[in-house]
Design a protein. Structure first.
Length: 272
């Protein structure tokens, strides 16, 4: 079946098909944009501009550079407030079908937006992730090069999870441009164009009451002043889930969104 040229191809912007299988963006699905702006503006020093996806979306900026997206759609889609990584795909419908065929869950979508189509899903262990087909955010190449956010899957079995995501997202498929998968000790490292873009690690417990232990995709933001930002989060209604001083801290924002602040170079994906 042939498809019409995407908006990305027509505009000259980067298309998800060019980096398929790789994390292409991180976004907070929240209930209220203003309260999220207040919290993350105070803790992270971010500024915000409207996103081209619609009035319920904004883009977080640091020194004028795009960092992440925030969408006030948690209530409309009846999903939990959460930070979520999105993976670039060639065809959202085909990818959604693969997820279901492999016992994953597609909770929302694929839904059409101005620039493409996206869906929210969960893998077999319940870790939530998104898929995106279409034009990537403006300035995406800068975002990719600067790596202001990176992702790690904390899962029950990293090697089993790599098989699931490999089949769903075409990792290590042998086609030009696909992501490579490498095994380092007890972890799986995902590389796109030779650059480490994600890690998968074992040890999560599905029934654990602690959300930091349950299977989930963790969104990490490298920061140079970790302790000051932890203090700011507490002052503005956030809570600390886990804290390793001068290394990293996992925090929950006032609406329940969990994210991790990491000192640059500490436990993040490493290039060769």
């Amino acid at each position: 079946m042939t498809r019409e040229p995407t908006a990305a191809a027509a505009s000259g912007a980067t298309s998800s098909a060019a980096v398929y299988g790789a994390p292409c963006w991180v976004s907070l699905m929240t209930k209220d944009l203003r309260s999220s702006h207040d919290f993350y503006g105070s803790v992270m020093g971010w500024e915000f501009r409207p996103a081209r996806l619609g009035e319920e979306f904004s883009v977080a900026l640091s020194d004028g550079k795009a960092i992440a997206g925030i969408g006030a759609l948690a209530s409309a889609f009846h999903v939990a407030v959460a930070w979520t990584p999105y993976f670039a795909v060639r065809n959202a419908d085909e990818t959604a079908s693969r997820i279901r065929e492999r016992s994953g869950t597609v909770a929302v979508g694929p839904v059409a937006f101005v620039l493409g189509r996206g869906a929210l899903a969960a893998d077999r262990d319940g870790a939530v992730f998104g898929i995106w087909e279409g034009e990537l955010p403006a300035g995406w190449e800068v975002w990719q090069a600067a790596a202001p956010a990176w992702v790690r899957l904390h899962t029950r079995d990293a090697f089993e999870a790599a098989i699931f995501y490999g089949e769903v997202l075409d990792w290590a498929c042998g086609r030009p441009g696909c992501c490579d998968v490498e095994y380092e000790g007890d972890e799986v490292v995902l590389r796109s164009g030779g650059r480490a873009v994600a890690r998968l690690s074992s040890g999560a417990l599905e029934a654990a009451p602690d959300p930091a232990i349950r299977p989930r995709w963790q969104v990490h933001f490298p920061v140079s002043d970790l302790e000051r930002r932890v203090t700011a989060a507490l002052q503005h209604g956030g809570t600390v889930i886990a804290h390793e001083p001068e290394v990293q801290a996992t925090l929950r924002d006032p609406d329940g969104g969990i994210f991790t602040l990491t000192v640059p170079g500490a436990a993040e994906p490493r290039d060769r």
